[in-house]
Design a protein around this ligand. Structure first.
Ligand code: PMV
Length: 360
C-alpha cells in the first residue's frame, strides 16, 4: 500500500449542497503507539479495542465555496468553537491533495461528544475519525465512480490518521491494528486494519469502564509526547518491545489466554508511562489516585481470582478492562472501592464496538 493510491482518480463531476452525519467512537490501545516519524507514521505497530459509548457525532454541512478560498466554522455542542479551527485547518492542509473537495467547499462542522466535556478523555480519535468519515461520505457522492465500501473505510482511516494518529484505529472495530508488523497480514503504517486472525470468544464484547481520576486539559499534548521519543535513551528498545508484545498477543487472542493478555496489557500501560518519566523533560502523568486504583485492582484480582485489569492513556484516568461474564461483580467492586478515587465519583461504562457509522 502506498500514499499514491489515496490520490483522487477523477475531478468531481458534480457540485452539491447538503449535509452528512457520522458517529465515530474513541478507542483504547492495548499495545501503545508512542513515537512517530514523517507524516504521522508510527514507529511501532499498535492494536486497540474500538469503544462504543464514548463517541463523537459530527454533522458536516457543505456547499460549493462562494469566495476565492473555502471557509469553515466549527460548533461544539451548538456553540461556536474557534479554538478548534487551527487543528482542523492543519488537518485540511494535510489532506487536500488526497481529497481536494476540502478546497472547493465551504463547511459548517457541528460536533458533540457523548462523554462529558473536559473529562480528560481524548476526543481527537473520535473527533478526527468522524470528520474524516464525513469527508469520505461527501466524496463518494461527488465521484462518478464511487469507491467500494472497503476502499471508503480505508480512505477514512488514512485521512483520520493525518488528523490524529490513533484516530486511524476508530473507523472499524472491535480490534484494529495500525502500523506495519511482519506477523500481521495486511497491516500498514498508512491505515488501521481490522485484526485479521481468530479471536477467542472471551475477547469478544470486552468491557471497559473509564475511571475519571483527572478531568480537564491534558498535562502533556500528544504532539509534545511523541516528539520526546526522538532523543529518548530507551526509544529503540520501546519500539521493539511493542512490536514483540504484538507478536505475543496473536496466540493469546486465539487461545483465550486472559492471564497472558492481562500481563501484556498492564505492562504496555506502565511502559508508556515509563517512557514519559524517563524522557527529558520528564513527566509523571499518573496521580496518587491512579496508583490507589491500580493497587486495589491488583489486590482484588489476587483475592478473588477475577480477570479484571487496567490500562492507561497518556494521562491519569484508568481504563478498567474485564470480561462480560464478570460484569456485575466488577461494577460492584468499582462502586464500592474505586469510585471514591474518581473526580466527583465519575466513571463511564463502555465496551468494544464496531467503529464509525453514517447516520444520514
Ligand atoms: O493519536 P495521538 O497522536 O493522540 O496519540 C495517542 C497515543 C496514545 O493514546 C497514548 C496511545 C495509543 O496508541 O492510542
Amino acid at each position: 500500500m502506498t500514499e499514491d493510491q489515496f490520490l483522487p482518480t477523477e475531478t468531481y463531476s458534480s457540485q452539491l449542497e447538503g449535509s452528512v452525519t457520522v458517529q465515530s467512537p474513541s478507542n483504547i490501545a492495548l499495545i501503545k503507539y508512542w513515537g512517530k516519524y514523517g507524516e504521522q507514521l508510527p514507529k511501532n505497530a499498535s492494536i486497540s479495542f474500538t469503544l462504543s459509548n464514548c463517541h463523537t457525532k459530527t454533522t458536516l454541512k457543505y456547499k460549493p465555496k462562494i469566495g476565492e478560498d473555502s471557509v469553515f466554522e466549527v460548533y461544539l455542542d451548538e456553540t461556536l468553537a474557534p479554538n478548534f479551527k487551527p487543528k482542523i485547518e492543519q488537518f485540511f492542509a494535510r489532506i487536500e491533495r488526497y481529497i481536494p473537495l476540502v478546497k472547493e467547499y465551504d463547511f459548517i462542522i457541528e460536533t458533540t461528544n457523548s462523554f462529558p466535556h473536559s473529562s480528560g478523555i481524548a476526543s481527537s480519535a473520535s473527533g478526527m475519525s468522524a470528520l474524516a468519515m464525513c469527508l469520505v461520505e461527501l466524496e463518494q457522492k461527488l465521484l462518478s465512480e464511487p469507491m467500494s465500501h472497503e476502499q471508503g473505510l480505508q480512505k477514512a482511516s488514512f485521512l483520520a490518521r493525518l488528523g490524529s494518529g490513533s484516530a486511524a484505529r476508530s473507523i472499524e472495530g472491535p480490534l484494529v491494528v495500525w502500523g506495519k508488523h511482519p506477523k500481521i497480514k495486511g497491516s500498514s503504517n498508512l491505515v488501521g486494519t481490522l485484526y485479521p486472525y481468530e479471536v477467542h470468544p472471551v475477547f469478544q464484547d470486552y468491557q471497559n469502564t473509564i475511571l475519571l481520576v483527572e478531568t480537564g486539559e491534558k498535562q502533556v499534548s500528544s504532539t509534545v509526547g511523541h516528539n520526546l521519543m526522538h532523543d529518548h535513551p530507551f526509544s529503540e528498545q520501546r519500539f521493539q518491545q511493542a512490536n514483540g508484545n504484538l507478536s505475543k498477543l496473536t496466540p493469546i487472542l486465539k487461545e483465550g489466554d486472559v492471564e497472558a493478555f492481562i500481563n501484556i496489557v498492564e505492562s504496555e500501560a506502565l511502559s508508556l508511562h515509563a517512557m514519559m518519566m524517563t524522557s527529558n523533560p520528564y513527566f509523571i502523568l499518573m496521580k496518587p489516585n491512579t496508583l490507589e486504583i491500580i493497587n486495589r485492582i491488583w489486590k482484588y484480582r489476587r483475592e478473588t481470582g477475577s480477570h479484571i485489569c487496567f490500562t492507561l492513556d497518556a494521562g491519569a484516568n484508568v481504563h478498567v478492562l474485564y470480561l462480560k461474564n464478570e460484569k456485575s461483580e466488577v461494577l460492584q467492586f468499582i462502586q464500592s472501592e474505586l469510585k471514591i478515587f474518581c473526580k466527583e465519583g465519575k466513571f463511564i461504562e463502555d465496551r468494544t464496538g464496531k467503529g464509525a457509522k453514517t447516520l444520514k
